[in-house]
Write a protein that binds this ligand. Structure first.
Ligand code: SF4
Length: 779
């Protein structure tokens, strides 16, 4: 590699901050500031700043491991790959293809997610594939698809946040999860806008809010309905917008009107005057947004909870208008792209439905296989993990650590141990990899080139900056070698750009259309927003092409899975204003130009200007599609172009407190650890800042229990027991305790969490379960 800085993106969260990797004279590399990426403008959190530490051979896997006599011992690549292929083949021979499971991750690049989905369906022939992103934002994806016909986490760039009038952040704590994004909310307030935070805890984000609403965990569905009730009662609905751009209002309105503010106060604990104040703040400005994260989404009613917040946006005319709308702050590094390219149980690349005959024909054509040979939808993530050792006998797992991150984790760990065979490809020896029969050391982030798609729907190029350690191979190499050994010699290139070129073809015409995106454009334009069809810019918009079904983020056996006939959606047609706004704001990765075009209104031909990297005459279309930073400005991705209200009503969480378990547990993150902690727990600086789990509880509850700060507490649910020191704070409700979920062992929060599933998204109820707390002893 050349001894110069390489511009790339952070390996961790969905903000995908830009950073440079710079070699050090004494060896190794350091992360340095990269100011040209508009999302973080050089700012990084501690995780990003220390990301180079995980490249060190001292903390990562550098050689394959195979289980021998009960222990993992070093092996050569041929031996490790032979063993995996032999065991997968033998299991399929004995039990059938669906006895093979595949589990992916939201941190895998688009190329890896695509290749893994293809490998499962073409090489293994199994339907049993899903990934850990199911545990992340699947409820928001399902609700967004149901309402708008299309899920893209944020249908607008983050740079629109300071331009709006009010943001309601629901169950989101960016001060801990993605600190560089906080500047958008600070700028919002500097511009005269207001920030409302909905969270049971007074988080570091809530401390910056103009208004903090602290509902009981699991009641924000009722909270949203109460706000909508007040919007109607106070005559703040946008009737013209409702009439012209939506359907289903009367049913949704009736459902909301059954939720009187006083009734909502009893359910949520949020006083009526605060509900009224929130409605005033949200409705008075011309533009406003609702952004959700895991709080409302990780519930057994997550889809309806997010749906209630979407209904609030629709009733007030907030969706599909500049600087307004609903969005989801996706968590994992490639949480957006990871759900678009076929590693989900129910999807094919391009965010196509696996049960859609036209989608199957298209993708099978790209893959060169018979559409009828492709298996149907399989189990969702938790259901797949729960079937290990019974229906599913062997598992190939890439980039995930369910021993720490899955709900009811002790049970999941037992299921993993009961497998006939487990193969794990990972960067480090995670708690899940420790259980494997074969562990493959694979390349990561700065050691490979690939694309990710940020929470904004911005496709980004991560460039290789350093060579991997000699014993390490890429996941794409692993899939190619396994395919070869299992009798499929073609169709699995190890070169990421070659895989991306195939992904472009597979996604063409689908909801998440990447066909106009190339590595060259990504490098030159600092990212491109999908949908970006190949060819002239005039046809971009909602991303649903002729005769193509809009995507569903639901499993087909669920009665709520089919919100309507989605066939025959016409091509997107933007108005001149909307197209020009989109084009002017969407090129060259600088969405911030939108602030300049709005007041004066752009000219209608703004979208026709040539772009850097656009194909020239004679080598393809004269003008490249600019990408689509803002969706739905003219129409939604539904058959009639209208957003769909869905009537929803309050219902209890799957597990309410009782005499035996009188408290609620909610879980979340801390700023210095990431997800299951598999990488960040190996970084000394991060470990020093966040060395272990804790139990946050209110002083009144602590007094009742006789607990002092630092005392060891046991938190007990119907699924198990976790022990961690007390952290007493007035920032949490007295009826609720909080634990971060980044650690294994006795403090593992997910030992306690409830796998009750949302019927539509199959999201487990991470955010609320009934517990009791006991003092185990002093610190
Ligand atoms: Fe940015 Fe997220 Fe990386 Fe922190 S972890 S530097 S917020 S991408």
């Amino acid at each position: 590699m050349e001894n110069t800085s390489t511009p790339t993106h952070c390996p961790y969260c969905a903000l995908q901050c830009g950073m440079n990797i710079t070699p050090l004279p004494r060896g190794g590399v350091e992360v340095t500031e990269r100011a040209d990426f508009p999302v973080n403008r050089g700012a990084l959190c501690g995780k990003g700043r220390t990301a180079a530490e995980v490249l060190s051979p001292a903390v990562r896997l550098t050689v394959p491991l195979v289980r021998d006599g009960g222990r993992l011992v070093e092996a050569g690549w041929p031996e490790a790959l032979d063993r995996i292929a032999e065991r997968l083949g033998a299991t399929r021979e004995r039990y059938g293809a669906d006895a093979l499971g595949v589990f992916g991750g939201g941190g895998l690049t688009n190329e890896k997610a695509y290749a893994l989905g293809k490998f499962a369906r073409v090489v293994l022939g199994t339907s049993q594939i899903d990934y850990n992103g199911r545990f992340c934002m699947s409820s928001a994806a399902a609700a967004g698809t149901r309402a708008f016909g299309l899920d893209r986490g944020l249908p607008f760039p983050l740079e629109d946040v300071p331009r709006t009038g009010c943001v309601i952040l629901v169950g989101s704590n960016p001060a801990e999860t993605m600190p560089p994004s906080l500047r958008f909310f600070s700028e919002l307030r500097e511009n005269g806008g207001t920030l409302i935070v909905v969270d049971p805890r007074r988080t570091r984000t809530a401390e910056q809010a103009d208004l903090h609403l602290a509902p009981r965990p699991g009641t924000d569905l009722a909270l949203a309905l109460g706000l909508l009730h007040l919007v109607v009662a106070e005559g703040r609905t946008d009737e013209e917008y409702i009439r012209e751009r939506t359907t289903g209002w009367e049913e949704a309105r009736a459902a909301a009107m059954a939720h009187w503010p006083e009734y909502v106060e009893r359910i949520t604990g949020v006083p009526v005057p605060l509900l009224r104040e929130a409605v005033r703040m949200f409705c008075e400005p011309e533009a406003a947004m609702v952004l959700t994260a895991r709080g409302p989404e990780q519930q057994s009613k997550g889809t309806d909870t997010v749906g209630a917040w979407i209904n609030l946006c629709l009733a007030t005319g907030r969706a599909g208008r500049p600087f307004s709308g609903y969005g989801c702050l996706t968590g994992q590094g490639n949480g957006q792209g990871g759900r678009e390219h076929g590693q989900k149980a129910d999807q094919l690349p391009g965010y196509r439905r696996l049960d859609d005959p036209a989608a199957r024909r298209h993708v099978a054509g790209v893959w060169g296989v018979d559409p009828d040979s492709l298996p149907g939808p399989g189990r969702s993530a938790y259901e797949l993990l729960d079937a290990l050792g019974t229906d599913v006998r062997a598992l190939l797992l890439m980039g995930s650590n369910p021993v720490v991150s899955a709900p009811r984790a002790a049970h999941v760990e037992r299921r993993l141990r009961s497998l006939d065979f487990l193969a794990v490809a990972d960067v480090v020896l995670s708690e899940t990899a420790e259980l494997a029969d074969v562990v493959l050391p694979v390349t990561q982030w700065a050691e490979e080139t690939g694309t990710t798609t940020s929470l904004e729907g911005r496709v980004l190029l991560r460039r290789q900056a350093v060579a991997p350690p000699p014993g390490v191979r890429s996941d794409l190499y692993v899939l190619r070698e396994l395919a070869d050994r299992l009798g499929v010699e073609k169709g699995f290139p190890a070169d990421p750009e070659e895989v991306f070129e195939e992904l472009r073809r597979a996604s063409a015409g689908g909801p998440a259309d990447y066909s106009g995106i190339t590595y060259r454009r990504l490098a030159e334009e600092n990212g491109v927003f999908w949908p970006c069809p190949e060819g002239p810019g005039e046809t971009g918009g909602t991303g649903v092409a002729d005769g193509e079904d809009a995507v569903s983020d639901t499993l087909p056996d669920d009665p709520a899975a089919d919100p309507g006939d989605t066939a025959g959606v016409p091509p997107a047609r933007l108005t001149a204003d909307a197209r020009a706004l989109t084009a002017a704001a969407g090129t060259a990765g600088d969405a911030g130009t939108a602030r300049d075009v709005l007041p004066g209104r752009p000219t209608a031909d703004a979208g026709a200007r040539a772009l850097p990297g656009a194909p020239v005459a004679g080598s393809g279309p004269a003008v490249a599609h600019p990408g689509t930073p803002r969706l739905f400005l003219d129409r939604f991705a539904t058959p009639d172009g209208r957003a769909r209200f869905v009537p929803v009503v309050h219902r209890a969480t799957a597990e309410e407190p009782d005499d035996e378990y009188p408290l609620l547990l909610t879980t979340g993150r801390v700023v210095s650890q990431y997800q299951s902690g598999a990488q960040t727990r190996r970084v000394a600086e991060l470990n020093a800042a966040a060395p272990g789990p804790f139990v946050e509880l209110h002083p009144r509850l602590a007094a009742r229990l006789g607990a002092a700060d630092g005392d060891r507490l046991a938190v007990v649910s119907r699924r198990g027991r976790a022990v961690a020191p007390a952290r007493i704070t007035g920032a949490i409700r007295p009826d609720t305790v909080f634990m971060p979920f980044h650690w294994p062992g006795e403090g593992r929060a997910n030992t306690l969490t409830n796998p009750a599933l949302d019927p539509t998204s199959r999201m487990p109820e991470f955010k609320s379960c009934a517990v009791r707390v006991e003092v185990v002893g002093p610190a």
